[in-house]
Write a protein that binds this ligand. Sequence first.
Ligand SMILES: *Cc1c(COP(=O)(O)O)cnc(C)c1O
Length: 416
Amino acid sequence: MSQETKVSTKKVIDQYDKYVIGNYGRLPILLVRGEGSYVWDADGKRYLDMFPGWAVSGLGHCPAPVVQAICRQASELIHMDNTFYTVPQGQLAQMISERSFGGKCFFCNSGAEAVEAALKLARLATPQEKYRYITTLDSFHGRTFGAVTATAQSKYHQGFSPLVPGFSYIPFNDPEALEEAFDDEVAGVLIEPIQGEGGINIASDEFLSKASELCRQHNAILILDEVQSGMGRTGKWFAYQHTPVEPDIITMAKALGGGVAIGGICARSQIAQAMKPGTHASTFGGNPLATAAAIATIEMIDQEGLLAKADELGKYTMTRLGELKAKHDFISQVRGRGLMIGVELDIPGADLVSACLEKGLRINCTHETVLRFMPAMTVTKEQIDEAIDIVAVVLAEHVPAVYSSPDPPNSSGADQ
Ligand SMILES: *Cc1c(COP(=O)(O)O)cnc(C)c1O
């Protein structure tokens, strides 16, 4: 069997080489099946997935209620354009509104599109002369032109200038810099309540409160990008709910559809009314299939008490990672909220990620030195133990070799 499947891995890779644009650095592994926190490759090797679907598969792979909802909805109505009303779109909007701040929703198909919708709504909801946006260094907001311009990291801008005009970048968690950058031409401030790609950096209450205050003072819109931090992973539906701040708009995507592509925004009603027919649209946005999957996702989080579980297991994971930090000088910080966890190293993390993968564990490394753990909210304590045990072995095996010239510990980012 493995003889045959090995051939098929090679065949698929050859096919990609010939027909798929090479914009991703892929591992030479062909995944064929997933269930919960495990995935299997074509050779039958099992991986424990502590980063399922890049935070999309928040309920793990193929969660049964979502699978059932997709099948049921697919046999009734897969797609209907927004010329008409359909049942799941309204229902999903109500569910999100009731779990956030009582606003109104617009649906699209990805995180970047959600960010675009929020940026455009901020313009529509403020006077014409307001065109500026303020975003934070090390942010990540997606790859479309507006979203990538909002993403304040030069590596994502390479080759694309001139970018969208009007964006200013300030250091994350720097209220003074934010105040300095502000003026009456600012339409919106866009912040991740927890920077994900930027290395699991938690926005301070002080920073978010300042942003909220300045937005009110200057009639600007506070947009919190919850594409990665939203949908329960942090132990609350949205990460802003851990803070004293209520945003004007939140963006969401990734885990919203339990694995199905869907994005959206929720905006305070007063702001939402600026988006009138003709001002913005998405052909696929809010389609019955994706919204039915999202409804099933939210119901499953409620029914299985997964918010409390994310909180509890997140604390447990951080404690266990803290034990590793006590053992290894090159771990400078463990930080996170719920099941959104980063381990900051003084050394590059890529080799450690590869070594974990060889031992059947998938984790992620972002910003070169931050190991990122974002397991499914359905993960078990035993699976977390299994993962940490592998990481412990990998750290013990690898580090003497790489740990030759330590940099001073990096203490940026908030603690928890
Ligand atoms: C992933 C991500 C995006 C972009 O989402 P896509 O679906 O890839 O377009 C935007 N914002 C944040 C915070 C993200 O983590």
